[in-house]
Design a protein around this ligand. Structure first.
Ligand SMILES: Cc1ncc(COP(=O)(O)O)c(C=O)c1O
Length: 384
């Protein structure tokens, strides 16, 4: 009889797994979450175990709103926020509500590859906008928008991981954030700001979220507890106009099933009320910073000349550019037989390219295994 797995990633023994953007299970706050779950049940199990409000529990919305206000100096209104089943569920829900099959989704090149799948499954045509180490080129985005519109296409939105992006780790420069927000207002095009990594900065905080630059503009900002607390919670939040929140909250699936991951939302509310979130994030930043530092110093020491990479000021990833003679997908089998794995760059380009790039994640492995993995990668790249 086939035994089905419980979890998505089963690490292969002997391989330094740099391919997965998952947090190391050792960094997950299991005990504190147990405490929060016990409190959620003992305090008011009748609220925690019934069908939840469509927008998510008001108590959690209030806590997140106040926390964002304290951290960012901008407190969103309650009717602008909704609890989601993480960013992935929110992306699918927003596509269902604001796009039609055949519409265009503008994305960065490169872009978070699994979001591209969600867009395509909703029947969207994905079109890439060029960028550089400072993020997407706003002028190019606007020109592309006009070109598509003049050929009769409907652009549903522009999707960006503006802060510590996946895969590049780069951050949209402050002036481009203002320019993008202004473009969204002027053109009436929706921006979806995927903010999975914004709180995971290791040196200095990033520029303000695009949403905060134009709170009444056509911006949807998506946050997640996957990287901050634990992916298995499947919990996040959305900030958008009251109109979009209303549309999403009125969807049939919520009418039938109540708010998404309602019990988990109560557990996370208790976690915040117990004062456990901020100290946990501080510790998480310290551990991830140590791993980031281990990866950057090993790369400098062991990668052959001709390879270049970003400094990874936050998030989970280092994006490596290889000499053009090396195709990262072609040498992956050799890398894995040498005991190291990564994601080839071509996965992240909606319209082809990226063959001499690769993405490394430093979130899953402790520093000594990171160093060992980079030593192996260096050997492979010298042979490739
Ligand atoms: C940019 C980005 N967005 C979204 C996700 C998934 O978020 P969630 O677990 O909240 O669905 C990831 C996970 O790797 C990610 O890197």
């Amino acid at each position: 009889m086939q035994i089905l797995p419980d979890i998505q990633l089963i690490q292969r023994p002997g391989i330094a797994e740099f391919g997965w953007g998952h947090p190391d299970p050792a960094l997950l706050p299991a005990e504190a979450l147990g405490q929060a779950a016990a409190r959620a049940l003992s305090r008011d199990w009748r609220s925690a175990l019934v069908y939840g409000a469509h927008q998510g529990p008001g108590s959690l919305i209030e806590l997140i709103r106040r926390r964002l206000g304290r951290l960012e100096g901008n407190t969103p209104a309650a009717e602008q926020m909704m609890i989601t089943g993480g960013i992935s569920q929110a992306l699918d829900m927003v596509c269902a509500q604001i796009s039609r099959p055949g519409d265009v989704a503008l994305v960065e090149a490169p872009s978070y590859h699994l979001a591209l799948r969600i867009f395509r499954e909703r029947g969207l045509r994905v079109v890439a906008v060029p960028g550089d180490s400072q993020g997407v080129h706003v002028d190019a985005a606007e020109a592309m928008l006009h070109m598509l519109q003049s050929s009769g296409e409907r652009v549903a939105f522009l999707y960006t991981v503006a802060t510590f992006g996946n895969p590049t780790g780069s951050t949209l420069a402050a002036d481009r954030r203002y320019a993008l927000a202004a473009m969204a207002r002027r053109e009436g095009v929706m921006i979806i700001e995927d903010d999975a990594y914004g709180e995971l900065w290791y040196d200095t905080p990033p520029p303000p979220p695009i949403f905060n630059l134009t709170p009444a503009g056509p911006i949807v900002r998506l946050g997640s507890f996957s990287k901050l607390l634990a992916p298995g919670l499947r919990l996040g939040w959305m900030l958008a106009s009251p109109e979009i929140v209303r549309r999403c909250a009125n969807s049939g699936v919520l009418d039938s099933g109540g708010g998404i991951n309602h019990f988990t939302a109560h557990v996370v509310a208790s976690f915040i009320e117990l004062g456990l979130l901020d100290p946990h994030i501080e510790r998480l930043r310290a551990s991830l910073r140590e791993r980031r530092d281990a990866m950057l110093s090993a790369l400098a020491r062991y990668l052959p000349s001709g390879c270049t990479w970003n400094p990874a000021l936050g998030g989970f990833f280092v994006w490596i550019r290889l000499p053009t003679s090396i195709d990262s997908a072609a040498i992956l089998p050799l890398a894995e037989s040498t005991g190291v794995s990564y994601l080839p760059g071509d996965r992240f380009f909606a319209e082809g390219g990226g063959h001499h790039y690769l993405r490394l994640s430093f979130s899953l492995l402790p520093p000594e295994q990171i160093t060992e993995g980079v030593i192996r990668l260096g050997k492979v790249l010298r042979r490739g």
